[in-house]
Write a protein that binds this ligand. Structure first.
Ligand SMILES: Cc1ncc(COP(=O)(O)O)c(C=O)c1O
Length: 434
C-alpha cells in the first residue's frame, strides 16, 4: 500500500507532538512485520471481526501511522469513540496526571474525581443524575434495568410484565439481552435463548410506535440516528413525535446517543438538533476520549433515583482515571466549538459527497461530520471501496454490503477532509473505468 500523505497543517491545540507517531511506528517496525502481526491475530484472536489489513502503530489528531510508517486519515474514529482525535493533548494530559495519582478505587470507597465528573456531565445534559459504566452495551443494559425498575416501582406495572419498544434495524451492543431485540441474523444466530420483554416496530414510524404501547410498556429505546444500520436519519418530526407520545402514555424515552452523541452530529446530542429532551441519555464511546472505556446513563432523579445500593454496579464504573478523562471530555464539549466544527465541516462533507451521486454513489445521508454513503452495488461492495480507500491512505468502514460510513475525528482539517473525498472520487472513477 502506498501512503497517501506526509504533510498536514498542524493545529497545536488538537495534535500531539509529532515525535509520538514516529517513535511508536519505529518500535512496531522493529519487532514484527505487518504480515506477521496480522498472522498472529489470525492464529490466536477470536475471529469476531474482519479488519482491513492495516496495522496501526500510532495516532495523532485525525491521522494514524502503521507499523511501516505509512500514514492514513482515520475516517472512522473508532466508531466515533475518537471524536476528539488521537492523542488530544488535553485528554492525554488529564489521563497522565491521573495515572500518577490513583487509577482504580472501586465504588466501595469514594474517589475525588467521580463527584466533579458526574456533576459536570449531569450539567452538560441538563439532568440530575448519572450512572457511570464502561462500555456502551453496559449503558444500554443499565437503561433497560432502570426502565424496568421505574415501571414496577413508580408506574405500577404488573411484576414481570415490563415491556420496552425498540426499532427495526437497531444496534445497541452485543450482550445477550441486547441481541435479544436485534433483527440482524448475524448478531443473533445460535446465541439464544433470548431475553423477553421487547417489541420491535419500524424505525421512523411514530404511529406504529404508538400502536405498540400498552399498559406494560415502560420505555421506548431508540437511536436518534441509526449508526450501524448505515447512518439512517429518521424524518425530522419523528423524535418530537416519540417525545410527545411517550409523555402522553407515561412511557420513558431512552435515547441511545452512544454513537450519535457528544459532538458528532454538530450538537452535544443529536436530540438537541431536533429540539427533543429524552428521559434518559445513553452515552459511551467519545465519553472516554478515545483513551479509556467510559459510558453513562444520564437522567433525572425521578427515574435514576429508583436504584438502591447493591442493585446495580460495576467494578470499573466511575473509576478515577475514567472520571478524569470523562470530565475533560465534558469540559471540551461544554465550550461548544467542537460541535460547531462538526457542523461546518459536515456541511462541506455533505456538499462534496452529494456531488458524487450518480457517479458511483446512489445516496448520501449526512448528519454533522457523519456520513453514510450508498455505493452503487453494480460497481463494487462497500468492503471493496474501503480496501481501495485504504490503499490511498483513507480508513473507512463498510456496513450492510454497499454502504460505507465516514466519521472522521472532529479535529480533522478541512483540507484533509476534502482530500479524503478526492480519494473516494478517484476510487469510484477507477471502478467505473474497469
Ligand atoms: C448506538 C450504539 N449503542 C451501543 C453500542 C455498544 O457500544 P459498545 O461497543 O461500547 O458496547 C454501539 C456500538 O457501536 C452503538 O453504536
Amino acid at each position: 500500500m502506498s501512503a497517501a500523505r506526509t504533510d498536514t497543517a498542524m493545529d497545536l491545540d488538537t495534535r500531539a507532538p509529532s515525535s509520538r507517531a514516529t517513535r511508536s511506528a519505529e518500535e512496531g517496525r522493529a519487532t514484527r512485520s505487518a504480515g506477521e502481526l496480522i498472522a498472529d491475530e489470525g492464529a490466536h484472536l477470536a475471529h469476531t471481526y474482519h479488519p482491513l489489513p492495516v496495522v496501526v502503530a500510532s495516532g495523532e489528531g485525525a491521522w494514524v501511522t502503521d507499523v511501516d510508517g505509512r500514514r492514513y486519515l482515520d475516517c472512522l474514529a473508532a466508531y466515533s469513540a475518537v471524536n476528539f482525535g488521537h492523542g488530544h493533548p488535553r485528554l492525554v494530559a488529564a489521563a497522565r496526571e491521573q495515572l500518577d495519582r490513583v487509577t482504580l478505587t472501586s465504588r466501595a470507597f469514594h474517589n475525588d474525581r467521580l463527584g466533579p465528573f458526574v456533576t459536570a456531565l449531569a450539567d452538560l445534559a441538563g439532568k440530575d443524575m448519572v450512572v457511570p459504566m464502561n462500555t456502551g452495551a453496559e449503558a444500554v443494559e443499565t437503561g433497560i434495568k432502570l426502565a424496568r425498575a421505574w415501571g414496577y416501582r413508580v408506574k405500577g406495572v404488573t411484576p414481570g410484565r415490563a415491556n420496552i419498544i425498540v426499532a427495526d434495524g437497531n444496534f445497541h451492543g452485543r450482550t445477550t439481552t441486547i441481541i435479544s431485540f436485534s433483527d440482524d441474523p448475524v448478531a443473533t444466530a445460535d446465541f439464544g435463548p433470548f431475553t423477553p420483554g421487547f417489541t420491535r416496530v419500524p424505525y421512523g414510524d411514530a404511529a406504529a410506535l404508538e400502536a405498540a404501547i400498552d399498559e406494560n410498556t415502560v420505555a421506548v429505546l431508540i437511536e436518534p440516528i441509526q449508526g450501524e444500520a448505515g447512518i439512517l436519519i429518521p424524518p425530522a418530526d419523528y423524535l418530537p413525535a416519540v417525545r410527545e407520545i411517550t409523555t402522553r402514555h407515561r412511557v420513558l424515552f431512552i435515547a441511545d446517543e452512544i454513537q450519535a452523541g457528544l459532538g458528532r452530529t454538530g450538537a452535544t446530542f443529536q436530540c438537541d438538533n431536533v429540539g427533543v429532551v429524552p428521559d434518559l441519555y445513553l452515552l459511551g464511546k467519545a465519553l472516554g476520549g478515545g483513551i479509556v472505556p467510559v459510558s453513562a446513563v444520564v437522567g433525572d432523579r425521578d427515574v435514576v433515583g429508583v436504584l438502591n445500593p447493591g442493585e446495580h454496579g460495576s467494578t470499573f464504573g466511575g473509576n478515577p482515571l475514567a472520571a478524569a478523562v470523562g470530565h475533560e471530555v465534558v469540559r471540551m464539549l461544554a465550550a461548544g466549538d467542537l460541535q460547531q466544527r462538526a457542523r461546518e465541516l459536515g456541511a462541506l462533507l455533505e456538499r462534496r459527497l452529494t456531488a458524487l451521486i450518480g457517479r458511483g454513489v446512489v445516496a448520501v445521508r449526512c448528519a454533522g461530520l457523519w456520513a453514510g454513503i450508498d455505493i452503487d452495488p453494480a460497481l463494487a461492495s462497500g468492503r471493496h471501496v474501503c480496501e481501495a480507500l485504504a490503499e490511498r491512505g483513507v480508513l473507512a468502514k463498510d456496513t450492510h454490503g454497499s454502504t460505507i460510513r465516514l466519521a472522521p475525528p472532529l479535529v480533522v482539517e478541512a483540507s484533509d477532509l476534502e482530500w479524503a473525498v478526492d480519494q473516494l472520487e478517484a476510487v469510484l472513477t477507477e471502478l467505473a473505468g474497469r
